[in-house]
Design a protein around this ligand. Structure first.
Ligand SMILES: Cc1ncc(COP(=O)(O)O)c(C=O)c1O
Length: 415
C-alpha cells in the first residue's frame, strides 16, 4: 500500500500550509507518515508556541510580580499580556475574571473547594451522565466532606442530554449546574445556551467544562452568560500544565481562596493575613510562567486563522470520517448526536480497542483506546472502552481514508 500525507484540497482551508506550522506532524512512525488523531487527549503545538516558550527561558526568565529588574518586568509583562489574550479570546469582561490554573481538572477542583465551602448537607449539584471524571470526582470528594447530593442529567442512546428530564432535576436545593460543553467520549456539543437558560429560571449558577469545546468552537462567556468556564491549554494547541478558570467577577469576589501561599496575599502576620485582589487571590505560589506565555501565544495563533474556514473544514472531516467508518464491517459508532465536534468514538465487534490501537499504531495512526476518563459513558453503552479518532484542523481526508483501510485490515486480522 502506498500512503502519503498529501492532503485532499479543500476550498477555503489550506491544510498543507497549516500543517507546516506544526513541526511534529512532519515525522514518520513505523515507516508511515504520522497521522495524529488523538487530539482530544492533547493537541500538537505550533512552532510559534515552542518559540515563545523557548524565548522566555532564553531571554526573560525571572519570577513574575516580584522584581523591579528588567527581566522580572519583561516576564511579568509577558505573563499579564497572556492573561489579556485569554480574556479577549473568550470575551470576558475583565482580566480579573481569568484565573490561571494547571488545567480543567484543577479549575473544577478550585470551584468544588472554594464555592463548595458555602454548601451545606443536602445541597445539590447537577452534573450529567457524559461528564469526564474531572467533573465527577471533585463533587464526590465534596460530597464526602459536606454531605452534598449529586444529581445526574441522563443521556439518550444517540449520546445527547435527555433534556426532557432536565427541568425536573432542578430542586430548591440545587446550587450549581456543572456540565460539559462538549463530550470528550462522544463528541456531543451540548446546547449550553438552553441549559443556562433553564438554570437561570431556577436561579442556579452554571459551570461549563470547556476542555473539548474551545479547540473547535468560539466561546463568548458574556454571550453565554455562564458563571464559570474551565479549560486546558494543552487541548488548545498550547502547553501542558496550564489552564484557565474563568469566573464571573461578582461571584469570584465572594469566594474564599483555594490555596494559601505567596502571590495570593496582601499582608501576612502570625495573627492575620489579608488576601490579594482578583485574580491573584486564586493563584498561590510561582505560576507556570512559560506555560502561560505559551498559552497566550497559542491563542494569538488561533486568532489569526480563518476560524469559519477551519470550522467548516472540521465539519467536512467529521462527515467524511463518519461515512468511512460506518462502512467498515463490524464497526459501531458510539455517539451519534446531531451536533458533534470532529470526533468519532467506535467499537469493533470481537476486537478489543487496545488491540485495535496497537494495529493502528503500526500504521502510523495515533488514536486513543480506553474509557477516556468517562467510565459512566462506557457503562451506559455497555462497553469497557472505545477507540476514538479525534480530529483537529490539521488533519487530512487522506488520514481518515488510511484509518478506514487499517480498520478493515484489523477486522480481518483479529475478528
Ligand atoms: C471534557 C474534559 N474535561 C476535563 C478534562 C481534564 O482536562 P485536564 O486533564 O487537562 O485537566 C478533559 C481531558 O481529557 C476533558 O476531555
Amino acid at each position: 500500500m502506498t500512503v502519503s500525507n498529501e492532503p485532499m484540497t479543500s476550498p477555503g482551508w489550506d491544510v498543507t500550509s497549516v500543517r507546516r506550522d506544526f513541526p511534529i506532524l512532519e515525522q514518520s512512525v513505523h515507516g508511515y507518515p504520522l497521522a495524529y488523531l488523538d487530539n482530544a487527549a492533547t493537541t500538537q503545538k505550533p512552532r510559534v508556541v515552542l518559540e515563545a516558550m523557548d524565548g522566555y527561558y532564553r531571554r526573560d526568565n525571572a519570577n513574575v510580580h516580584r522584581g523591579v529588574h528588567a527581566l522580572a518586568e519583561r516576564a511579568t509583562g509577558a505573563f499579564e499580556a497572556a492573561r489579556e489574550s485569554v480574556r479577549r479570546f473568550i470575551n470576558a469582561r475583565s482580566t480579573r475574571e481569568i484565573v490561571f490554573v494547571r488545567g480543567t481538572t484543577e479549575a473544577i477542583n478550585l470551584v468544588a473547594s472554594s464555592f463548595g465551602q458555602r454548601l451545606r448537607e443536602g445541597d445539590e449539584i447537577l452534573i450529567s451522565a457524559m461528564e469526564h471524571h474531572a467533573n465527577i470526582v471533585p463533587w464526590q470528594l465534596l460530597r464526602e466532606r459536606s454531605g452534598i447530593v449529586l444529581r445526574v442529567v441522563p443521556i439518550t442512546p444517540a449520546g445527547e442530554l435527555d433534556l426532557d428530564r432536565l427541568s425536573s432535576l432542578f430542586t430548591p436545593r440545587t446550587r450549581l449546574l456543572a456540565i460539559t460543553h462538549v463530550s470528550n467520549a462522544l463528541g456531543t456539543v451540548n446546547p449550553v445556551r438552553e441549559l443556562i437558560a433553564e438554570a437561570r429560571r431556577h436561579g442556579v449558577p452554571v459551570l461549563l467544562d470547556g476542555a473539548q469545546a474551545l479547540p473547535h468552537l468560539r466561546v463568548d462567556v458574556q454571550a453565554l452568560d455562564c458563571d464559570f468556564y474551565a479549560f486546558s491549554g494543552h487541548k488548545l494547541f498550547g502547553p501542558t500544565g496550564i489552564g484557565v478558570l474563568y469566573g464571573r467577577e461578582s461571584l469570584l469576589e465572594t469566594l474564599p481562596p483555594y490555596q494559601g501561599g505567596g502571590e495570593m496575599i496582601r499582608t501576612v502576620s502570625f495573627e492575620k493575613t489579608t488576601f490579594a485582589g482578583l485574580p491573584h487571590r486564586f493563584e498561590a505560589g510561582t505560576p507556570d510562567i512559560s506555560g502561560v506565555i505559551g498559552l497566550g501565544r497559542a491563542i494569538e495563533y488561533l486568532e489569526q486563522l480563518d476560524w469559519d474556514a477551519a470550522t467548516a473544514y472540521e465539519a467536512r472531516l467529521l462527515e467524511h470520517a463518519t461515512a468511512c467508518l460506518q462502512d467498515v464491517p463490524g464497526l459501531r459508532i458510539i455517539g451519534q448526536a446531531r451536533h458533534k465536534v470532529a470526533l468519532v468514538s467506535f467499537v469493533m465487534e470481537d476486537v478489543h480497542p487496545h488491540d485495535m490501537g496497537t494495529i493502528l499504531d503500526r500504521r502510523g495512526l495515533a488514536v486513543r483506546a480506553g474509557h477516556h476518563c468517562a467510565m459512566p459513558v462506557m457503562s451506559y453503552y455497555g462497553v469497557p472502552a472505545t477507540s476514538r479518532a479525534a480530529m483537529a484542523f490539521y488533519n487530512t481526508f487522506d488520514e481518515i481514508d488510511r484509518l478506514a483501510e487499517a480498520l478493515r485490515y484489523a477486522r480481518e486480522l483479529l475478528a
